[in-house]
Design a binder for this molecule. Structure first.
Ligand SMILES: NC(=O)C1=CN([C@@H]2O[C@H](COP(=O)(O)OP(=O)(O)OC[C@H]3O[C@@H](n4cnc5c(N)ncnc54)[C@H](O)[C@@H]3O)[C@@H](O)[C@H]2O)C=CC1
Ligand SMILES: CC(=O)C(=O)O
Length: 218
């Protein structure tokens, strides 16, 4: 199917930026990149932009604040092996975990894990209830398209060529990292601080995707 879609797109719109919304999105973004022959900055997967919105909503609900004031990213693979960046969460510019520590309020690891699991399972829950997800991904992709078309230079966690970042090696792999987007696609990957544990999880995410890719023979 990708063979019917990507080469004609490239033929008739050689200067376009491809925004891949599919499943599994990271592997298919890699395939689209390979088939297109485009530079990697012009091939983007919707990645964990949606997971991150779900994450912000659940954190806001838990802390009883407005989701718009929460900055939080999920990176890595869209879905099961995604990585929640707990160390970087802030509300109104205040880093959450260190703030709670200073207030001696314990936010237990199980609570954090439960919120992340809810993010991972939210798609399954919507699908079990109505058969598909549509509104949230539609809104999420409209946001990405707006950032790109209007050259807004906003940072979104999206699937980009991640080789070389955070020690990810072993092959070309697309997975989500916070990236600045604009009219020419990916303008850069932001150097967000990750803990050693988060980096380890991210590398495992990359390994999972590379294993799937190695079976494609591309
Ligand atoms: N990564 C993410 O966050 C999300 C990804 N998805 C994925 O997005 C994809 C689309 O989802 P829906 O719109 O709900 O599916 P859908 O089945 O409603 O739409 C698929 C469309 O693709 C068209 N199509 C099929 N083969 C084609 C071909 N060879 N050339 C051109 N068009 C072709 C069909 O006619 C149909 O209109 C699915 O793969 C789904 O898993 C959906 C939600 C979230
Ligand atoms: C279907 C899907 O990948 C999602 O809603 O996250």
């Amino acid at each position: 199917m990708w063979l019917c879609i990507v080469p004609p797109l490239v033929k008739y719109s050689p200067e376009t930026t491809l925004l891949v919304v599919s499943n599994p999105v990271d592997v298919l973004t890699y395939v689209a990149w390979k088939l297109s022959g485009f530079p990697s900055n012009r091939v983007i997967g919707s990645g964990t932009n949606l997971d991150s919105s779900r994450f912000r909503f659940l954190i806001a609900d838990h802390l009883d604040v407005n989701a718009q004031d929460v900055q939080a990213y999920i990176v890595g693979e869209h879905g099961d092996s995604s990585v929640a960046l707990w160390s970087g969460i802030s509300v109104g510019g205040v880093p959450v975990l260190s703030f709670l520590e200073r207030q001696q309020i314990a936010l237990e690891k199980e609570t954090l894990e439960k919120i992340h699991q809810e993010v991972v399972h939210s798609a399954y829950e919507v699908i079990s209830l109505k058969g598909y997800t549509s509104w949230a991904i539609g809104y999420s992709v409209a946001n990405l398209a707006r950032t790109i078309l209007r050259d807004q230079r906003r940072i979104h966690p999206v699937s980009v060529l991640a080789k070389g970042f955070y020690g990810i090696d072993g092959g070309d792999v697309f997975l989500s990292l916070p990236a600045q987007l604009g009219r020419s696609g990916v303008l850069g990957v932001t150097n967000v601080h990750l803990t050693d544990e988060e980096i380890e999880q991210l590398r495992n995410s990359a390994k999972t995707i590379l294993e799937v890719q190695s079976q494609l023979g591309i």
